[in-house]
Write a protein that binds this ligand. Structure first.
Ligand code: GLV
Ligand code: GLV
Length: 345
């Protein structure tokens, strides 16, 4: 009998034919354009060789147990995989496919957009225009002004700080170089030694004058813009907390395009209300997607909240869907995957 694969969402007309037009697998597809029903999934996963999931699906031991020993591969259409119990996959010898690289540029674009929106008060001023209240603000020399992201004659030195310095962070930094941002600070795992020679080589490659790994407190204090671009999970939970935000410059902005759990929500609300920092641009929030209009960060005028659209360009989502499908096939047919999380095989 042919191996069965279960897919929790229709991946669209570009990708589905790659899976459906084959005679070496049986595809079971959640038929609706809504969250995959848990009961349906538990029933259909029985005896499957492959499972393709979204970020919004919960993968846990109950689901893996329901699948049984036939399961060879889990493919997630995301670069992050905190929704997946990696040690359980390792234990069961299940390979894990994910979608790095293809979304790096789309997420870096959004990080830049959020930095610009946060520094130039985009949320506050677009709301005002929408409400028809532009005319109520008599023009004055400093009306609507915010700190400039790019270097200027007043501030020729600009520093960007990165919590997490992987592919997306480096793509974001590449975009900041033409803005005249000449210093890059990043935080790293304190248990691995700093490597100034590697930093110098990377600085030359990216075109920044200075690139250094620093402790978090120094990163907070020195940066004009802080980008949170690290994986989620217990190790990074609330890495941006009240002391971090307290240490930031009052003209600095915070951007989070990683996971909501990295930023302490209550601390950020206080930081914005009490002007510890200038503003924030968030693509992710703790507790998403159940975020109501009265959420304190949604109500903050100096905070832009996007509904996790970092990778949501048409081009990128198509590439992610295709990669997730290829990873699924690779795993089921015991072949190479486009991108596999190492350690599971
Ligand atoms: C998006 O957040 C992803 O992990 O792909
Ligand atoms: C994710 O792709 C990262 O390494 O930043």
């Amino acid at each position: 009998t042919r191996p069965k694969v279960v897919i929790t969402r229709n991946l669209g007309p570009e990708t589905m034919p790659l899976l459906l037009n084959r005679d070496d697998i049986d595809v079971v597809l959640w038929p609706e354009d809504s969250y995959c029903d848990r009961k349906w999934l538990l029933e259909n996963i029985r005896g499957a060789a492959g499972l393709l999931v979204m970020l919004s699906d919960r993968v846990d031991t109950e689901l893996l147990d329901a699948a049984g020993p036939s399961l060879k591969v889990l493919s997630t259409m995301s670069v992050g995989y905190e929704h997946v119990p990696l040690p359980e996959l390792v234990k069961r010898n299940v390979r894990l496919g994910y979608t790095p690289d293809v979304l790096t540029d789309a997420v870096a674009d959004i990080a830049i957009m959020l930095a610009l929106m946060a520094s130039r008060n985009a949320e506050e001023v677009t709301q005002l225009v929408r409400k028809g209240e532009w005319y109520k603000q008599p023009w004055s020399p400093f009306l609507f002004c915010g700190p400039q992201l790019s270097a200027s004659t007043i501030h020729p030195e600009r520093t960007a700080g990165f919590i997490g310095f992987g592919r997306i962070a480096q793509a974001t930094l590449r975009r900041l170089v033409p803005f005249g941002i000449n210093t890059c600070l990043y935080s790293g795992n304190p248990s691995t030694p700093a490597d100034p020679a590697a930093d110098a080589a990377l600085a030359a490659q990216l075109g920044v004058r200075t690139l250094r790994r620093v402790p978090l407190a120094e990163l907070a204090a020195q940066s004009d813009v802080v980008f949170v671009l690290a994986p989620g999970g217990p190790a990074t939970q609330h890495i941006v907390d009240a002391p971090f935000l307290r240490a930031m410059k009052p003209t600095a902005v915070l951007v989070n395009a990683a996971r909501g759990t990295l930023v302490d929500t209550d601390a950020l609300v206080t930081a914005l209300r009490e002007n510890w920092i200038w503003g924030a641009g968030l693509d992710v929030l703790e507790g998403e997607p159940v975020i109501h209009a009265d959420h304190p960060l949604v109500k903050e005028p100096r905070c832009t909240v996007l509904p996790h659209i970092g990778s949501a360009s048409i081009e990128t989502r198509q590439a992610m869907a295709k990669m997730a499908a290829e990873n699924l096939l690779g795993g089921v047919l015991d072949q190479a995957m486009s991108a596999e999380v190492v350690g599971t095989k």
